[in-house]
Design a protein around this ligand. Structure first.
Ligand SMILES: Cc1ncc(C[n+]2csc(CCOP(=O)(O)OP(=O)(O)O)c2C)c(N)n1
Ligand SMILES: [Mg+2]
Length: 553
């Protein structure tokens, strides 16, 4: 016999059963009973935020850091609209997440009640599953199913709509076990086919993505690459999938890709893509592969295979299970010359110097300072913007689970993601990197960090520009500046007013000192780095783009 309990209590019990410790919300009157149940929970903390977009990013990053679904809660259509960016990010990034949205009374449904929205239609396209809880008796079934769908196969966001009257109903509830995530493995026949392709290959490359990270397959990937000396390229914003300082690491397939990485992918005659959906960015606008290349594509989701490229061998498998089988494969071959050549080419790109104006802070040195001073295992979270080019090119991620960035390219992600990650891994140092544009989109969450005492270090690179778009604007419409300039905000002052210690820096020495202090402070800290608006990317200035466009005019 089950236990008689409120629906709201049963939902919290499901959260507890999954071992999830935090929920991020903006409160609403539509789901007060749920908040009230968390009041009694000894296992789940509620973190109330300043905007549902912030709450959703926090939950998404919590999901990335723990691999358990991050929980976001919001009220009806208004809260749902605000948190959509985090749901979209969880979808694109394949991150487990469960959103609980208050909904109007069951009796009022369909009349366009106060803030009513058809949440399934609203989120249908960006959520993995949507469901409305209409019968109290079905609470454990549907909520536990929501947790299952969020975590299994290709993980993603699930939206649960909760009519306000259902939350207070009491009924007998019986719960199932928490989700154990199935990890399907390749059939021996499939591994033989990979073996055949590898036997014939002269220039194999492993392209490793988020599936490897999600399955904790990083050590087995390292073992596989080392066994045969195959070069490894990380897919977009999955830098920490393979140690960047390793001789087999050949770079990152992201925005502003190094020519050497492009060449590695283009020259390869066999690509072994593991746990990647071969996104637009990773494949450089679907341009990197050619018909002569052979493709082995391993992914946990049937629909990922053949969605972009038709693989020669497509295997539905958990990435870690697949790597385990690949490591047992008999193959007396290594590709040392090829991998050394790809590494050396990559190192040439990495070491190429792009002089920056001396009167401004040197961005490469900022990244070096981070590299030299962050403790082992520190997590870096990242926003969208050109400031990130320096991080992505020059920071060497050498430990698994040290990078959290949005493959969705969502601005405003960096700071709330750091807060979410820090709540998931309180023992780790967590540093966010953002541009002034992105930071301003979720700056209010500094107050959340201060109030809830979540000691993240937030770096802002302030060039008073939507720099990325300015760069594209200059490339396509030179000297026709519109919509990309921003006012100069004093972020240090603003952060202080939100309760966070902050400092503005103009030189590398000041930055090093500020970082040292922030690391020692164990409190949320902001470092505002004033950067050169002319230095629009790692290898372009505004004038160099203008000059180039004149040459071709
Ligand atoms: C939510 C969202 N809106 C718009 C964009 C388009 N976009 C990409 S980068 C960028 C400018 C980023 O400016 P900033 O954060 O200051 O970084 P910078 O490029 O100047 O370093 C914009 C508007 C986006 N990626 N996300
Ligand atoms: Mg900017």
């Amino acid at each position: 016999m089950g236990e008689k309990m409120r629906v709201a209590d049963a939902i919290v019990k499901c959260i507890e059963l999954e071992g999830i410790k935090k929920a991020f919300c903006v409160p609403g009157e539509s789901y007060l009973p749920l908040m009230d149940s968390i009041y009694d929970s000894e296992h789940v903390d509620l973190i109330s935020t300043r905007h549902e977009g912030g709450a959703a990013f926090m939950a998404e990053a919590y999901g990335k850091a723990t691999r358990k679904p991050g929980i976001a809660m919001a009220t009806r259509g208004v809260g749902g609209a605000n948190l959509a960016i985090g749901v979209h990010t969880a979808y694109q990034d394949s991150t487990p997440m469960v959103v609980f949205l208050g909904q109007v009374h069951r009796k009022f449904r369909g009349r366009e009640g106060f803030q009513e929205v058809e949440l399934d239609q609203f989120f249908g396209h960006i959520a993995k599953w949507t469901v409305e809880l209409r019968d109290a008796e079905r609470t454990p079934e549907l909520i536990q199913r929501a947790f299952r769908i969020a975590q299994t196969g290709r993980p993603g966001p699930v939206i649960v709509s909760l009519p306000e009257d259902v939350l207070v109903e009491k009924t007998e509830m019986t719960f199932g076990s928490p989700v154990s995530v199935p990890a399907p493995q390749p059939a021996p026949k499939e591994i033989s086919r990979v073996q055949e392709l590898l036997k014939k290959a002269e220039r194999p490359v492993i392209l490793a993505g988020g599936g490897v990270i999600a399955s904790n397959g990083e050590p087995l990937l390292l073992q596989f690459a080392e066994k045969h000396e195959i070069p490894v390229v990380a897919s977009f914003r999955r830098h920490d999938v393979f140690p960047n300082g390793h001789q087999l690491y050949a770079g990152h397939a992201g925005l502003g890709i190094f020519p050497s990485v492009l060449n590695t992918l283009r020259q390869a005659d066999l690509i072994i893509a593991i746990g990647t959906r071969l996104s637009e960015v990773t494949t450089q606008d679907y341009s990197v592969f050619n018909e002569e290349q052979k493709l082995v594509h391993i992914d946990i989701e049937y629909n990922t295979l053949g969605k972009v490229y038709n693989p020669n061998v497509g295997i539905v498998s958990d990435a870690k299970s697949a790597l385990k089988s690949l490591n047992e494969m008999e193959l007396e071959r290594q590709w040392k010359d090829w991998s050394t050549q790809r590494r050396n080419d990559y190192l040439k790109d990495l070491e190429a110097e792009f002089p920056e104006e001396e009167q401004w802070i040197n961005m490469r040195d900022v990244i070096r300072t981070l590299q030299d001073n962050l403790p082992e295992g520190a997590i870096i979270t990242n926003d969208a913007g050109n400031f990130a080019g320096w991080l992505h090119s020059y920071y060497s991620f050498n430990m698994p689970k040290t990078y959290i960035g949005p493959t969705s390219g969502a601005m405003g992600y960096g700071l709330p993601a750091a807060i979410g990650a820090k709540t998931a891994c309180p023992e780790k140092t967590v540093v966010s990197l953002s541009g002034d544009g992105g930071f301003m989109m979720t700056v209010q969450e500094l107050e959340t960090a201060a109030r809830c005492d979540i000691p993240v270090i937030a770096l802002i690179f302030n060039n008073s520009l939507y720099g990325t778009i300015r760069m594209h604007q200059e490339m396509h419409y030179p000297e026709r500046v519109i919509g990309t300039e921003l006012g100069l905000v004093d972020f240090a002052k603003m952060s202080e007013s939100l309760g966070v210690h902050a400092v503005r820096v103009n030189t590398n020495e000041e930055f090093a000192k500020a970082l040292e202090e922030a690391l020692a402070a164990k409190k949320p800290c902001v470092i505002e780095v004033m950067t050169n608006p002319e230095q629009i990317s790692t290898n372009h200035t505004v004038s160099s783009i203008r000059k180039k466009s004149k040459q071709y005019a």
